[in-house]
Design a protein around this ligand. Sequence first.
Ligand code: PEP
Length: 252
Amino acid sequence: MRAKIVAGNWKMNKTYGESKSLVKELKTALNGVKLNNTRVIIAPPFTNLQKVSKRTKDTVIEVAAQNMCAEESGAFTGEVSASMIKSVHVDVVILGHSERRAYFGETNESLAKKVDTALKNNLEIIFCFGEVLEDRKSGNHFEVVEEQIKKALFHLTSDDWKKIVLAYEPVWAIGTGETASPEQAQEMHAFIRELVAERYISDVAEEVSILYGGSVKPSNAQEIFSKVDVDGGLIGGAALSAADFSGIIKAI
Ligand code: PEP
């Protein structure tokens, strides 16, 4: 059975001290909560990765990096490699977030390279994709999403897919307060699962977790998560508050 996942992307928020407090609050908020096949993942900024990884050891909370360099090592000033992430006991990386695509020029092609490097280093990937508002308005959203997935992931083997989590994040719903309706999310998730099933054996499609991201809050989480092809969420703003994030986890 595929896992349910609630992942929190802290983006460029929380200093070292603030991240320690948030982890502490989160541990308290999750104390005694029955997770039933649900994974909880948090993605702090790089400066806090090691501390958060240490502080969550032996808890239900897993830790992810928010990005990673496609190169293994060398003269790439300011970058962080897959092996550096692994060396602080972090086994998951978020790749392809729309903010990385929009502000840092990441493309489907450059992401394919990052995906390969991550897998080579045995990192699990939360792979983000999603259409912008103009694509949705013009009815191109399925095509755009298909291309994003095909170009970055369809060269992988079925076995590689054991390390892939998909995160559908319509860009128009990220940080805007506007959420895709549960029906819109389900429609896209079912389309994605079918796409994967056509390319691979159906087991791969059945086993891959597909998360929804875009203004998920405790108040709307349950309705979105109730859809059969929505296996959890990638949470931005609401992941910065232990009460909100744990509320979303409880909703699943
Ligand atoms: C995100 O950035 O991945 C995200 C979903 O943000 P928010 O929840 O704030 O819309």
